[in-house]
Design a protein around this ligand. Structure first.
Ligand code: SF4
Length: 350
């Protein structure tokens, strides 16, 4: 596969585009007005499970101040998502945000966009132009082909950016339908070399959203298109991050972390793999090493899969068998399974 070479941009401590690794991002889903210490823990956990970039909606000056305070406590690059009021973008830039996402169609007069571009250029931070079919500038409302409308909008934004010599930009062209998203991104990639943030907007709840996003994002990645991804789900940010990781892994673009093999369970199962996976989910996704883990319900396929994994656990009657390096390590009562499994995981991590 030939990958489209895009220009590189720096967002805080990471690079996106060019030959950089593909990154995963998500969006904070609660109001910043209600931000608490627990939320800070949640952000740190998102970083731990592989979130590279986190975006916040910033609707007013008060939330711009709260975001500035969060930024002081987080290493991960943070993005301010601004609609309508260019002065909030200026405030976030002044406060040291790592990237701004705007849809210039929502910002209004060109002189306001120019001020935001100038402020971003002064601080050397990039801007993502996020084009969504749901919030296109009304100039493009008459174009019935959604992909064409997004491309026209992108062209118009690029003309404004380049008029002011601003090229430190990324683009996203998202629709809630896969076909328009694919067509718009393919054509954008053919015509311009700005890095592309991939995603399907308003993709749906967990299962439906995962299916749509996986189909669209994996097709684009496998055609050499895209630099960073966000899986948009009606679910928690952690699910978006893990979904993003798994899409990159399935496309051969995510090297680190666990590869989980787990059985769906059937009438033969003597071990509740569903409950077990939920109980170790965060611990598994925090692992930075490249490990294969097998969680199996019974001895039909359990030993075979576990012997092919670095760590395995499989039901065996009233007990569970823990495997290490593909060999039987210990057989314990099911209620001790989690504890023993996590001890072995800890050994691998160390
Ligand atoms: S491993 Fe056992 S419990 Fe799991 S699906 Fe296969 S037969 Fe069923």
């Amino acid at each position: 596969m030939t990958y489209k070479t895009t220009r590189k941009v720096r967002i805080g401590n990471i690079e996106v585009g060019g030959d950089s690794r593909k990154t995963v991002q998500t969006m904070w889903k609660k109001s910043l007005d209600l931000f608490s210490g627990e939320d800070l823990e949640e952000i740190l956990n998102l970083e731990d499970v592989g979130c590279d970039i986190l975006r916040f909606s910033v609707p007013n000056f008060r939330t711009a101040g709260i975001l500035a305070e969060i930024k002081r406590n987080i290493n991960m690059p943070l993005v301010a998502d601004i609609h309508f009021d260019y002065k909030i973008a200026l405030e976030c830039i002044k406060n040291g945000i790592d990237k701004i996402r705007i849809n210039p169609g929502n910002i209004g007069d060109e002189w306001k966009v120019k001020e935001v571009l100038q402020a971003a250029a002064d601080k050397n931070i990039p801007i993502r132009i996020g084009i969504n079919t749901g919030s296109l500038d009304k100039t493009f409302n008459d174009i019935s082909d959604k992909a064409e409308a997004m491309l026209k909008s992108a062209e118009s934004e690029i003309n404004i950016l380049e008029k002011y010599n601003f090229t430190n930009a990324l683009f996203s062209l998202k629709s809630s339908d896969i076909e328009s998203t694919l067509r718009a991104n393919r054509e954008f990639s053919r015509r311009w070399d700005y890095p592309l943030h991939l995603g399907v907007t308003e993709a749906g709840p967990l299962t439906a959203g995962l299916v749509k996003s996986s189909i669209a994002i994996s097709q684009m990645l496998n055609q050499g298109i895209g630099d960073t991804i966000r899986v948009s789900l009606t679910d928690k940010p952690i699910q978006e991050v893990i979904a993003g990781r798994e899409i990159l892994r399935a496309c051969g673009m995510y090297a680190n972390g666990v590869d989980i093999v787990s059985c769906p369970r059937c009438g033969r199962s003597t071990f509740d793999t569903h409950e077990f996976i939920s109980s170790v989910y965060d611990e598994l996704y925090r692992v930075k090493k490249n490990l294969k883990v097998a969680v199996m319900g019974c001895i039909v396929n359990g030993p075979g899969e576990a012997s092919d994994a670095d760590i395995g656990i499989t039901g065996a009657g009233t007990k569970v068998v823990i495997f290490k390096h593909g060999k039987i390590y210990r057989k314990v009562d099911e209620n001790k399974g989690r504890e023993e499994f996590l001890k072995v995981l800890e050994e691998f991590v160390r």
